[in-house]
Design a protein around this ligand. Sequence first.
Ligand SMILES: [Zn+2]
Length: 209
Amino acid sequence: MKTPFSTGFKVVSPFGYRTDPITGEANSWHGGVDLVGFDRNVRAVSPGQVIRSRIVTDPNDRTSEWGNYVSVWTDDGRYTYYCHLAARAVEPGERVGAGQILGMEGSTGRSTGIHLHFEVRDGENAQLDPCSYLGIPNTVGFVWDPDSMKDDPEPEPWEKQCHDWSRDAVEWAIQRGILKGKGGGDYALGDGLTREEMCVMLFRAREVL
Ligand SMILES: [Zn+2]
């Protein structure tokens, strides 16, 4: 079994009941697992045939929530769904191999940010635990590619690697309002940065790099 991202990924929202990220409703059913890849190439986890590759815009059709999605009927008899894609790379009827790129991770449909919603079904409607299908824990956390990591010791989480070389610069930037963020690797540019300040920063960065 492959995973949807050959470079590894983070499970950001497990399969099962959760608080709805948009309405805030408690105990709302989540029929798949949400993953954020270390790259954005979404790959087939097992070989099969593409059944659908489309976007549904009719709001009365619940599959409109998935935005751009690709479904694959796998050779082991499961329907797999890859949702919220920014772009699709395959067409219905096409055969795909495990690891083949199906599209680019995105945030189309009912989504609050770039991620992959991945579902596995037994038949059209019975939702299975996609994590047990992939052989990964159904909990929030990092998953490293099982193929490339097999013989290596578990690497440092990339958040920590990043912090080790950039901690001082990140703290400096947060104190001055250039970056905003709560840590954990998710930072965004602050709102207070003028065009000119950005130009100066880029100029200085180029000098150093
Ligand atoms: Zn989801």
